[in-house]
Design a protein. Structure first.
Length: 328
């Protein structure tokens, strides 16, 4: 049950989050929406699927975010020959010490799963199991993954060969699907001056401004952010509109095969709380719900073949839902 949080506690968290964003901006030019999306995902204890062309700072953002939050960071490049054990770890043998466990890169705080759609389903599912259960079984032993645990999986949208698209059921495991776009002209000129290829990461002297313990405390505070019954009903109606679009007289009704599951409602609920904290509030408003609606719903609305053939965008459907469903 939601309960109000002390305003002083919220102000302290907002100040810390502003410091995080400030430090990130010293290295990463622009991409404020993506950074805010990542922070919402971390606060909500969710994982994120990020789609964008190569070379627009996906890896740099994640590396900087981990450094600023004093968190462990590992990156895995997904390839067609990657094995599940390359992510989770293996049981090895040595004459002197017998069988022992070598933990894989999943045992970290922030994991960048780069180009997750380049590996087959069994590799994707190994990572998704760890994301969902927060534990990994290696041999006959089960290991808990330390908190905070956050996965940013990226997809390259321009490739069409040797690609293994994530099934819809696996996409649903990600709290958000975010898009990262090209920088603006003035931002790209600044990128030239900050060129990470010429300057090393250490040259920027990025400070660590929060600890992993503080992140865990923030995540606990997010759970206690107040959501009124009216806003809860609004969240449920938004998701209901994805399932029964004809009831809300949406234009693109004929293109929707399936709407969001209850996981979509839960995602809107917790993500709106995280957005409220980013804005320094201890309660959720309909605006907070609208701020996260596209990120939560765009990958949970499944189009039929006709919709795919017509190149209908789920973002447009979400925008129409936000217009048609009355705001409390």
């Amino acid at each position: 049950m939601s309960m109000k949080v002390d305003a002083g506690e919220i102000n302290k968290i907002k100040k810390d989050l502003d410091s995080v964003r400030g430090e990130i901006s010293r290295v990463v030019v622009g991409q404020a929406d993506v950074v805010n999306g990542l922070l919402r995902g971390i606060l909500a204890k969710g994982h994120i699927l990020l789609e964008g062309v190569p070379g627009i700072a996906k890896t740099l953002i994640m590396k900087t975010l981990a450094h600023v939050t004093t968190s462990g960071y590992k990156r895995v490049q997904f390839t067609a020959d990657l094995l599940p054990t390359d992510i989770t770890g293996i049981t090895a043998y040595d004459k002197s010490k017998g069988f022992y466990v070598v933990k894989g890169p999943v045992f970290t705080n922030f994991l960048l799963a780069d180009e997750i759609n380049r590996s087959p389903a069994k590799v994707q599912s190994a990572l998704l199991e760890a994301m969902q259960e927060k534990q990994v079984t290696i041999g006959n032993k089960t290991f808990i993954i330390d908190e905070p645990f956050f996965v940013l999986a990226t997809q390259n949208p321009i490739e069409s060969t040797a690609i293994f698209p994530l099934p819809e059921a696996q996409m649903d495991r990600f709290l958000f699907k975010l898009y990262i776009d090209y920088p603006k002209i003035d931002e790209e000129q600044e990128i030239l001056q900050k060129n990470i290829t010429i300057s090393s990461f250490d040259d920027f002297k990025i400070k660590s401004v929060v600890s992993t313990k503080e992140i865990i405390k923030m995540q606990e505070v997010v759970k206690r952010i107040y959501v009124s019954p009216e806003v809860e009903k609004y969240i449920v109606r938004l998701v209901d509109a994805t399932r029964f679009s004809e009831k809300y007289k949406l234009k693109n009704t004929k293109y929707i095969a399936y709407g969001g599951s209850p996981r979509a409602s839960i995602g809107l609920y917790i993500a709106a709380k995280a957005d409220a904290i980013l804005e320094g509030k201890n309660y959720v408003t309909p605006k907070n719900v609208k701020n996260v609606a596209h990120d939560v719903l765009r990958h949970r609305i499944i189009l039929n073949y006709e919709g795919q053939a017509e190149n209908i965008k789920t973002d447009g459907i979400v925008s129409e839902i936000l217009m048609k469903v009355p705001t409390p």
